[in-house]
Design a protein around this ligand. Structure first.
Ligand SMILES: O=C(O)CCC(=O)C(=O)O
Length: 258
C-alpha cells in the first residue's frame, strides 16, 4: 500500500498556501461555501431544463446526463470534433449565464483575490479555447480518477498539466446520498489489473485507504486532486453540478476546462 499523501485530514478554505498544498495532494479538498447564490443555482437549473438537458423523470438507473463536452469523451475522436462542440456549447452557455452572475468568472476572481494566482481557460493554438462549464445531472457511483495527462493525446494542452483538480459547483443536491468520497491514493500502474473497459476500478484498489466523505451544499464549490480515486454516493433524488477542472502547467500557471 502506498504511503498516505495528505498532511491534513480536513478540507480547508481557499488561500495561496492551501491551494499549493492541494496541488501537491497534501489535503483532501478545498471548499468554497456560497460561491454562487441559491437563486443563481435555481436559475441555472431552470435554464438547463429549458434547453432539454434533463429528462422529466429521474431514476437512479438513468445514465449521467450532460450539457457541454467533457474532454475525456473526445480522447479518441480528436481535437477538431471537441472544439467544434465546444464552440456550439459556448453559445448556449452564453444564454444560460445571461440572467445570472457568471459562475466561472466568480470563481476565477475568487482565486485571484484569495491566492494572487491567475488562471486562464485552457487554450489550443490552432483551435481556440477549451470548453468550461459542463453540467452533469446524476452521477456514476463508481470508483475512478481523472487524469488528462494519462488519458489524452500529447497534442492536447491539458495532457501536460502536472496536477489536476476537480472543480465542481453544486446546483442541486439530494437530501440523502450524493456525497463525494475522495481517497488518499492516486493511480499506480499495478491498479490496472482492477480496471474495467470504461475506466472504472474495483474497490480492491482502495481497500484500507483513508478517505473523506463530503456532503456538498447548494452554491458551494469543492476542489480536490482528481488523480485521487473518488466516487459519488448514490441517491434517488436529483444531483446537478457544474463540472470543471483546474490544472497546473509545467510553467506553474493555472488553466481550467471541463
Ligand atoms: O460531482 C462531484 O462531486 C465530483 C464529480 C467528479 O469530479 C467526478 O466524478 O469525476
Amino acid at each position: 500500500m502506498p504511503q498516505p499523501s495528505w498532511k491534513h485530514d480536513q478540507s480547508l478554505s481557499l488561500n495561496a498556501s492551501n491551494l499549493a498544498a492541494l496541488l501537491h495532494n497534501e489535503l483532501p479538498a478545498i471548499r468554497l461555501p456560497n460561491l454562487i447564490t441559491a437563486r443563481d443555482c435555481h436559475e441555472l437549473v431552470v435554464g438547463l431544463e429549458q434547453i432539454g438537458f434533463r429528462k422529466p423523470h429521474y431514476t437512479p438507473t438513468h445514465a449521467v446526463q450532460r450539457f457541454g463536452p467533457s474532454y475525456y469523451e473526445y480522447r479518441n475522436q480528436g481535437k477538431a470534433a471537441y472544439f467544434a462542440t465546444a464552440q456550439r456549447h459556448r453559445e448556449i452557455r452564453k444564454l444560460l449565464f445571461s440572467t445570472i452572475n457568471d459562475p466561472i468568472q466568480t470563481f476565477v476572481e475568487c482565486v485571484r483575490r484569495e491566492t494572487s494566482m491567475t488562471l486562464q481557460v485552457a487554450h489550443d493554438d490552432q483551435e481556440g479555447n477549451y470548453f468550461a462549464g459542463a453540467a452533469r445531472f446524476g452521477a456514476a457511483p463508481l470508483l475512478h480518477n481523472d487524469s488528462a495527462p494519462r488519458k489524452m493525446p500529447s497534442d492536447w494542452q491539458i495532457a501536460h498539466v502536472t496536477s489536476q483538480l476537480g472543480w465542481n459547483v453544486y446546483l442541486q443536491i439530494p437530501q440523502h446520498g450524493g456525497e463525494l468520497v475522495i481517497y488518499d491514493k492516486q493511480w499506480e500502474p499495478d491498479d490496472d489489473q482492477f480496471v474495467d473497459a470504461k475506466g472504472y476500478f474495483d474497490w480492491a484498489v482502495v481497500e484500507g485507504v483513508e478517505s473523506v466523505r463530503l456532503k456538498p451544499a447548494i452554491g458551494e464549490a469543492i476542489l480536490f486532486h482528481s488523480f485521487n480515486y473518488h466516487y459519488i454516493v448514490p441517491s434517488s433524488e436529483p444531483r446537478i453540478t457544474m463540472a470543471m477542472f483546474l490544472g497546473q502547467t509545467p510553467a506553474g500557471d493555472l488553466i481550467y476546462w471541463s
